[in-house]
Design a protein around this ligand. Structure first.
Ligand SMILES: [Zn+2]
Length: 283
Protein backbone atom coordinates (compact mmCIF):
# COMPACT_ATOMS: atom_id res chain seq x y z
CA UNK A 1 0.00 0.00 0.00
CA UNK A 2 1.38 3.43 -0.89
CA UNK A 3 2.09 5.70 2.08
CA UNK A 4 0.42 9.03 2.65
CA UNK A 5 2.07 12.37 1.90
CA UNK A 6 4.21 13.63 4.84
CA UNK A 7 5.11 10.02 5.70
CA UNK A 8 8.01 8.08 4.20
CA UNK A 9 10.86 10.23 5.49
CA UNK A 10 14.32 8.86 4.79
CA UNK A 11 16.32 10.69 7.48
CA UNK A 12 18.05 8.60 10.12
CA UNK A 13 16.77 10.41 13.20
CA UNK A 14 19.94 9.39 15.07
CA UNK A 15 18.31 9.79 18.48
CA UNK A 16 21.58 8.78 20.19
CA UNK A 17 23.24 11.92 18.87
CA UNK A 18 20.64 14.18 20.53
CA UNK A 19 22.20 13.50 23.93
CA UNK A 20 25.74 14.27 22.71
CA UNK A 21 25.84 18.06 23.02
CA UNK A 22 29.47 18.29 21.91
CA UNK A 23 28.96 16.26 18.76
CA UNK A 24 25.87 18.28 17.91
CA UNK A 25 27.74 21.57 18.38
CA UNK A 26 30.37 20.30 15.93
CA UNK A 27 27.68 19.29 13.47
CA UNK A 28 26.15 22.74 13.68
CA UNK A 29 29.46 24.32 12.65
CA UNK A 30 30.25 21.70 10.02
CA UNK A 31 29.97 23.29 6.54
CA UNK A 32 28.58 19.94 5.31
CA UNK A 33 25.55 20.26 7.59
CA UNK A 34 22.28 21.46 6.09
CA UNK A 35 19.66 23.79 7.52
CA UNK A 36 15.98 23.79 6.56
CA UNK A 37 14.65 27.31 7.20
CA UNK A 38 11.06 27.84 8.31
CA UNK A 39 9.65 31.38 8.35
CA UNK A 40 6.28 31.81 10.09
CA UNK A 41 5.38 28.17 9.42
CA UNK A 42 6.37 28.41 5.76
CA UNK A 43 9.12 26.17 4.45
CA UNK A 44 11.98 27.24 2.19
CA UNK A 45 11.54 25.53 -1.18
CA UNK A 46 12.97 25.67 -4.66
CA UNK A 47 10.89 25.34 -7.82
CA UNK A 48 11.71 22.31 -9.97
CA UNK A 49 9.96 20.86 -12.97
CA UNK A 50 6.34 20.07 -12.02
CA UNK A 51 6.70 21.16 -8.42
CA UNK A 52 9.09 22.01 -5.63
CA UNK A 53 11.86 20.51 -3.58
CA UNK A 54 13.12 21.30 -0.09
CA UNK A 55 15.78 24.01 -0.19
CA UNK A 56 18.47 23.22 2.36
CA UNK A 57 21.19 25.78 3.13
CA UNK A 58 24.69 24.81 4.16
CA UNK A 59 26.39 26.66 6.97
CA UNK A 60 24.75 27.77 10.18
CA UNK A 61 22.15 30.52 9.74
CA UNK A 62 20.71 33.04 12.19
CA UNK A 63 17.70 31.40 13.80
CA UNK A 64 15.45 31.80 16.84
CA UNK A 65 15.56 28.03 17.30
CA UNK A 66 17.29 25.12 15.64
CA UNK A 67 16.38 21.46 15.95
CA UNK A 68 18.53 18.51 15.01
CA UNK A 69 16.42 16.40 12.66
CA UNK A 70 18.79 13.59 11.75
CA UNK A 71 21.41 12.33 9.33
CA UNK A 72 21.40 11.52 5.66
CA UNK A 73 24.36 10.50 3.52
CA UNK A 74 26.61 11.42 6.44
CA UNK A 75 25.30 14.99 6.67
CA UNK A 76 23.36 16.44 9.59
CA UNK A 77 20.03 18.15 8.95
CA UNK A 78 18.67 20.90 11.17
CA UNK A 79 15.37 22.77 11.14
CA UNK A 80 15.90 26.52 11.63
CA UNK A 81 13.17 28.94 12.71
CA UNK A 82 14.21 32.12 10.89
CA UNK A 83 12.93 35.67 11.07
CA UNK A 84 13.73 36.78 7.56
CA UNK A 85 12.03 36.01 4.30
CA UNK A 86 15.08 37.06 2.31
CA UNK A 87 16.51 33.53 2.06
CA UNK A 88 14.38 32.57 -0.93
CA UNK A 89 10.92 31.23 -1.67
CA UNK A 90 8.85 30.15 1.32
CA UNK A 91 5.70 28.09 0.83
CA UNK A 92 3.01 26.54 3.00
CA UNK A 93 3.20 22.76 3.09
CA UNK A 94 -0.55 22.67 3.38
CA UNK A 95 -0.72 24.10 -0.14
CA UNK A 96 2.19 22.34 -1.81
CA UNK A 97 2.41 18.99 0.02
CA UNK A 98 1.63 16.94 -3.08
CA UNK A 99 4.06 18.91 -5.27
CA UNK A 100 7.15 17.84 -3.31
CA UNK A 101 9.17 14.64 -3.60
CA UNK A 102 7.86 12.24 -0.95
CA UNK A 103 10.93 12.34 1.30
CA UNK A 104 11.13 16.15 1.12
CA UNK A 105 7.48 16.53 2.15
CA UNK A 106 8.12 14.24 5.13
CA UNK A 107 11.28 16.08 6.19
CA UNK A 108 9.67 19.53 5.92
CA UNK A 109 6.60 18.34 7.83
CA UNK A 110 8.87 17.07 10.61
CA UNK A 111 10.80 20.38 10.64
CA UNK A 112 7.66 22.49 10.72
CA UNK A 113 6.02 20.47 13.48
CA UNK A 114 9.13 20.59 15.68
CA UNK A 115 9.60 24.34 15.33
CA UNK A 116 5.96 25.09 15.97
CA UNK A 117 6.10 22.98 19.11
CA UNK A 118 9.08 25.05 20.31
CA UNK A 119 7.30 28.31 19.63
CA UNK A 120 4.28 27.19 21.64
CA UNK A 121 6.20 25.76 24.61
CA UNK A 122 8.49 28.57 25.70
CA UNK A 123 7.06 28.46 29.21
CA UNK A 124 6.57 25.59 31.60
CA UNK A 125 2.98 24.39 31.76
CA UNK A 126 3.51 23.34 35.37
CA UNK A 127 5.09 26.46 36.96
CA UNK A 128 5.16 29.14 34.26
CA UNK A 129 8.96 29.65 34.21
CA UNK A 130 10.76 29.85 30.84
CA UNK A 131 11.82 26.54 29.33
CA UNK A 132 15.16 25.79 27.65
CA UNK A 133 15.76 23.59 24.61
CA UNK A 134 17.87 20.47 25.19
CA UNK A 135 18.79 17.28 23.34
CA UNK A 136 19.10 18.95 19.98
CA UNK A 137 15.63 20.41 20.37
CA UNK A 138 13.81 17.21 21.30
CA UNK A 139 13.19 18.27 24.88
CA UNK A 140 12.40 21.55 26.64
CA UNK A 141 13.31 21.69 30.30
CA UNK A 142 11.87 24.11 32.81
CA UNK A 143 14.54 26.61 33.93
CA UNK A 144 13.14 26.77 37.48
CA UNK A 145 15.42 24.35 39.41
CA UNK A 146 12.63 23.53 41.88
CA UNK A 147 10.47 22.35 39.01
CA UNK A 148 12.82 21.19 36.21
CA UNK A 149 9.87 19.60 34.40
CA UNK A 150 10.67 17.99 31.06
CA UNK A 151 8.42 18.76 28.12
CA UNK A 152 8.53 16.60 24.99
CA UNK A 153 7.34 17.34 21.44
CA UNK A 154 3.64 16.66 21.16
CA UNK A 155 1.72 14.68 18.62
CA UNK A 156 -2.04 14.83 18.96
CA UNK A 157 -3.89 11.77 17.66
CA UNK A 158 -6.92 12.48 15.52
CA UNK A 159 -9.20 10.04 13.74
CA UNK A 160 -10.56 10.45 10.24
CA UNK A 161 -13.04 8.01 8.76
CA UNK A 162 -14.82 7.06 5.61
CA UNK A 163 -18.21 5.82 6.79
CA UNK A 164 -20.05 3.66 4.27
CA UNK A 165 -23.27 1.73 3.96
CA UNK A 166 -23.96 -0.44 0.92
CA UNK A 167 -23.21 1.72 -2.11
CA UNK A 168 -23.16 5.05 -0.22
CA UNK A 169 -20.59 6.92 1.84
CA UNK A 170 -21.23 9.54 4.49
CA UNK A 171 -19.49 12.88 3.91
CA UNK A 172 -19.85 16.18 5.69
CA UNK A 173 -18.89 19.78 5.22
CA UNK A 174 -17.84 22.64 7.47
CA UNK A 175 -18.87 26.22 6.80
CA UNK A 176 -15.44 27.72 6.02
CA UNK A 177 -14.68 25.20 3.27
CA UNK A 178 -14.68 25.83 -0.48
CA UNK A 179 -18.31 25.97 -1.66
CA UNK A 180 -19.67 22.51 -2.40
CA UNK A 181 -16.71 20.65 -0.97
CA UNK A 182 -17.51 17.56 1.11
CA UNK A 183 -15.07 15.45 3.09
CA UNK A 184 -14.77 12.58 5.52
CA UNK A 185 -15.70 13.07 9.17
CA UNK A 186 -12.84 13.58 11.63
CA UNK A 187 -12.07 14.53 15.20
CA UNK A 188 -9.51 14.34 17.99
CA UNK A 189 -9.07 11.30 20.17
CA UNK A 190 -10.05 12.24 23.72
CA UNK A 191 -8.35 11.08 26.91
CA UNK A 192 -9.57 7.67 27.98
CA UNK A 193 -10.62 6.26 24.61
CA UNK A 194 -9.09 4.20 21.83
CA UNK A 195 -8.94 5.53 18.26
CA UNK A 196 -11.72 3.07 17.30
CA UNK A 197 -13.90 4.40 20.12
CA UNK A 198 -13.16 7.95 18.99
CA UNK A 199 -14.35 7.05 15.48
CA UNK A 200 -17.67 5.72 16.79
CA UNK A 201 -18.14 8.69 19.14
CA UNK A 202 -17.35 11.34 16.53
CA UNK A 203 -19.63 9.82 13.90
CA UNK A 204 -22.43 9.55 16.45
CA UNK A 205 -21.93 13.13 17.75
CA UNK A 206 -21.62 14.74 14.35
CA UNK A 207 -24.31 12.84 12.44
CA UNK A 208 -26.26 10.55 14.78
CA UNK A 209 -25.12 7.51 12.78
CA UNK A 210 -24.18 4.27 14.58
CA UNK A 211 -21.42 2.01 13.35
CA UNK A 212 -21.33 -1.73 12.82
CA UNK A 213 -17.56 -2.02 12.52
CA UNK A 214 -14.39 0.07 12.32
CA UNK A 215 -11.32 -0.89 10.35
CA UNK A 216 -7.87 0.75 10.29
CA UNK A 217 -6.84 2.11 6.89
CA UNK A 218 -3.61 4.14 7.11
CA UNK A 219 -2.19 7.14 8.95
CA UNK A 220 -0.62 10.48 8.14
CA UNK A 221 1.55 12.97 10.02
CA UNK A 222 -0.37 16.27 9.78
CA UNK A 223 1.84 19.09 11.04
CA UNK A 224 -0.91 21.74 11.10
CA UNK A 225 0.08 22.12 13.86
CA UNK A 226 0.96 18.70 15.29
CA UNK A 227 -1.53 15.95 14.58
CA UNK A 228 -1.29 12.35 13.59
CA UNK A 229 -4.29 11.52 11.43
CA UNK A 230 -5.34 7.90 11.98
CA UNK A 231 -7.55 6.84 9.08
CA UNK A 232 -10.35 4.27 9.23
CA UNK A 233 -13.17 2.89 7.15
CA UNK A 234 -16.35 2.22 9.09
CA UNK A 235 -19.53 0.42 8.12
CA UNK A 236 -22.70 2.10 9.37
CA UNK A 237 -25.74 0.37 10.83
CA UNK A 238 -28.21 0.99 8.02
CA UNK A 239 -28.38 4.35 6.32
CA UNK A 240 -30.29 6.70 8.63
CA UNK A 241 -30.79 10.34 7.66
CA UNK A 242 -27.83 12.22 9.26
CA UNK A 243 -28.72 14.50 12.18
CA UNK A 244 -26.05 17.19 11.92
CA UNK A 245 -24.49 18.81 14.98
CA UNK A 246 -24.39 22.47 13.84
CA UNK A 247 -21.37 23.18 16.06
CA UNK A 248 -19.36 20.64 14.09
CA UNK A 249 -20.80 20.53 10.58
CA UNK A 250 -22.85 22.59 8.20
CA UNK A 251 -24.18 19.54 6.38
CA UNK A 252 -23.75 15.78 6.02
CA UNK A 253 -25.13 13.42 3.41
CA UNK A 254 -25.03 9.89 2.08
CA UNK A 255 -23.58 10.00 -1.43
CA UNK A 256 -23.21 7.44 -4.20
CA UNK A 257 -19.98 7.15 -6.16
CA UNK A 258 -21.49 9.14 -9.02
CA UNK A 259 -22.53 11.89 -6.59
CA UNK A 260 -19.07 12.01 -5.03
CA UNK A 261 -17.47 12.29 -8.47
CA UNK A 262 -19.85 15.14 -9.32
CA UNK A 263 -18.93 17.22 -6.24
CA UNK A 264 -17.47 20.64 -7.13
CA UNK A 265 -14.51 20.10 -4.79
CA UNK A 266 -12.83 17.34 -2.81
CA UNK A 267 -10.17 17.61 -0.10
CA UNK A 268 -6.64 18.36 -1.28
CA UNK A 269 -4.76 15.71 -3.20
CA UNK A 270 -2.20 15.12 -0.44
CA UNK A 271 -4.71 14.66 2.40
CA UNK A 272 -5.64 11.32 3.90
CA UNK A 273 -9.28 12.45 3.54
CA UNK A 274 -8.85 12.44 -0.23
CA UNK A 275 -7.08 9.09 -0.08
CA UNK A 276 -9.91 7.52 1.93
CA UNK A 277 -12.47 8.85 -0.56
CA UNK A 278 -10.48 7.72 -3.60
CA UNK A 279 -9.91 4.24 -2.19
CA UNK A 280 -13.65 3.93 -1.57
CA UNK A 281 -14.39 5.14 -5.11
CA UNK A 282 -12.04 2.46 -6.48
CA UNK A 283 -13.37 -0.32 -4.30
ZN1 LIG B 1 8.38 24.49 35.64
Amino acid sequence: MRGNVFSGGTLDRAAGLRRDAQALAQRRKDPQSLFLPVFRNQSLVRAIENGYEAAALSGEIAAVETVFLGLQDGRAYFAADVETESLGEFADLRQIGSLLPRQDAAMLAYARAMLQWHRNHRFCGRCGAPTVSEQGGHLRRCSNPDCAAEHFPRTDPAVIMLVWSGEHCLLGRQKPWTPGMMSTLAGFVEPGETPEEAVAREVWEETGVKLRGVRYHSSQPWPFPGSLMIGFTAEAEGRPEPIVDPHELEAAAWLTRAEVLALPALPRQHSIARRLIEDWLDR
